[in-house]
Design a protein around this ligand. Structure first.
Ligand code: FES
Ligand SMILES: [Fe+2]
Length: 407
């Protein structure tokens, strides 16, 4: 991650046509999804200056539990220390750069496999063979620590930011937590820890909208739940574009409706929900990389991370109350629902892949967005605000230089 600000490689005024202000809006330029240079800019503009999700605290319940993730070029360790706090550390050994751990596991210490430097679960260096045992001059283990990334946990979701100046996460998401309080998300967990898979498309392609549902998913989703264009409500309370919250509800035909072969939820409804909550599916994007879907029986989340200009990591988890997870028929119903929705997922994967291929073409264009793509319009505005801010920071950093040259 570059710490220098970068000017937008696409002239910043080019984004005006994609910024919704009440008039017609077009898509972002295709280079935003393909270019290495733009990707570098965006790693600063978006990922360098916002809170983003890196998983769930319930995936590392015990002291010493950890998993690894990759954000762009940065391998990270998410680990629970002995005090119970969740730490997010760089996975890069401070000796000569080796990756310290892979996958997931439980450990009392983080030991680099290359020369056995050992770090605590808080990232502090404990020993370095050949240095700490020999009391080498001017070497003190206390001076070495794995870089620790600013971390906050919201409703069980672990968020990090590289920006030390950014307001606390609670200022951004506190209100949303209040609005979703009946789902008790902090207490929910998936039957398995989240796994992330590498995908061959840019991370922004995951941006959710439901304009496509009536068409791409007409025969899959459409056979289980009313097609969205007749029941999508994009003016829901969860929207707060300035805070990167973009949302819509699907209004259900009856209590506990869900996209399954029965047309209803297959697990028991959560007992803490109102009838209104049991009559809708709430889709809430927490930009840049988390989609929460609050349903009558569970909360799903979809999380993605950038891997390169045309690659990304993607994971999905369905979270339930403990009482649901403990039921004898939980797994049976879970598998049935998974089977019901698999065709929908396959259609999405087909479309995301196809869109990335299209963006690579010389004929890729900036098509007009429809009024049914309000979600995309809002997400574009949020992104463009980030692009403009980074471009201004880079220009401001250049300014004294320019003045000196002019003078
Ligand atoms: S690179 Fe890790 S101990 Fe040498
Ligand atoms: Fe879809």
């Amino acid at each position: 991650m570059s710490i220098n600000n970068i000017k937008s490689p696409i002239p910043i005024h080019e984004f005006d046509a994609s910024y919704a202000t009440g008039g017609p809006v077009v898509s972002l330029p295709a280079e935003c999804f393909t270019s290495e240079e733009f990707y570098r800019f965006e790693m600063n503009a978006v990922w360098g200056h916002e809170w983003f999700c890196v998983g769930r605290a319930s995936d590392i319940p015990k002291a010493g539990d950890y998993y690894t993730i990759q954000v762009g070029d940065d391998p990270l360790i998410v680990i629970r220390d002995r005090s119970g706090s969740v730490n997010v550390l760089s996975n890069v050994c401070q000796h000569r750069g080796m990756l310290i751990v892979e996958g997931r596991g439980n450990t009392r210490r983080l030991r680099c496999p290359l020369h056995a430097w050992v770090y605590s679960t808080g990232g502090e260096l404990i020993s370095a063979p050949g240095l700490s045992d020999k009391e080498e001059e001017s070497f003190n283990v206390k001076d070495v620590c794995l870089p620790k990334i600013r971390t906050e946990v919201w409703e069980g979701f672990i968020f990090i930011t590289y920006d030390e100046e950014l307001a606390p996460l609670s200022e951004r998401l506190g209100h949303l937590g209040e609005q979703l309080k009946n789902y008790r998300m902090a207490e929910l967990r998936g039957p398995e820890p989240l796994t992330m898979e590498k995908m061959e498309w840019n991370w922004k392609i995951f941006n959710d909208e439901c304009y496509h549902c009536s068409y791409l998913h007409a025969n899959s989703w459409g056979g289980m739940y009313p097609l969205p264009q007749c029941n999508v409500d994009e003016s829901v309370k969860f929207n707060d574009v300035d805070r990167g919250l973009v949302s819509y509800n699907l209004i259900s035909p009856h209590l506990d409706a869900a996209p399954t072969h029965t047309g209803s939820i297959l697990q028991p409804a959560m007992t803490t929900l109102t009838d209104e909550e049991r009559s809708q599916l709430s889709y809430v994007t927490v930009a840049p990389n988390l989609l929460i879907v609050a349903m009558p029986d569970k909360v799903k989340y979809f999380m993605w991370l950038p891997a390169g200009p045309q690659t990304s990591w993607y994971g999905v988890s369905w979270m339930y109350p403990e009482a649901t997870l403990a039921r004898d028929d939980f797994k049976l119903n879970y598998d049935k629902e998974h089977d019901d929705l698999w065709p929908v997922m396959e259609e999405d994967l087909f479309a995301w892949n196809g869109v990335q291929q299209g963006f690579r073409s010389r004929f890729a264009t900036r098509g007009r967005l429809t009024s049914d793509e309000l979600v995309i319009q809002r997400l574009q505005n949020w992104l463009i605000d980030k692009y403009r801010a980074e471009d201004s920071r880079a220009r401001a950093a250049d300014a004294p230089d320019t003045l000196a040259r002019v003078g």
